[in-house]
Design a protein around this ligand. Sequence first.
Ligand code: DX5
Ligand code: ZN
Length: 218
Amino acid sequence: MIKVSPSILSADFGNMQRDLQMLKDTGAEYIHVDIMDGLFVPNLSMGFPMVSAARKCSDLVLDVHLMIDRPIRYVERFCDAGADILTVHVEADTEENTKRALEMIRAKGVKPAICVKPKTPAEAVLPFIGMVDLILVMTVEPGFGGQSFMGDMMPKLKKIREYLDQSNPNCELEVDGGVGIETAKTCVENGANVLVAGSAYFKAEDKAAFVRTLKSYA
Ligand code: DX5
Ligand code: ZN
């Protein structure tokens, strides 16, 4: 089954409650929340208060993507704020600290996940593959919504799907960046089962139809 995770980075921040509530009638399963620190990526977005606020006004799965340096410092607070899935970047700290962060997330009863930036090879997920419930493959450089999809990430996505089939078949495989009606299909063909969509989702006139189309690629 294909799941859709609209990214609220492209929502109307002045009408966040409306946009969050609207989401549950579209058939999307997840809500993607992008956290940026101005260091790991050259942009700032939102923090704990937005995760808690989203938790209060939606029952959907909160899929929180941390684009922050040394996330081990903050993972427990994001779990307490209401994340259901908490994703850290493999590039954001040492292997040892990343593993420790994933254990801390698991101990909080939250699903641990890792993410790889475009220049990071597929093999970088291997040290963590048995510890995670989701792997996120970036199809743009993290930091901004509305960028163009990088089709050349598809071989990496496929390779990670093969790793998962071998050693962690229940782990989800998510793509993030430039995903829309046209690009989602190739992501699914290459093994993704969770599709993040920011600008394409919020620009869609009929959001339920948009979600249905993405899910039809299964
Ligand atoms: C980028 C973020 C994405 C972003 C995707 O750093 O991780 O989640 O919101 O936006 P679109 O779908 O517009 O590329
Ligand atoms: Zn994201």
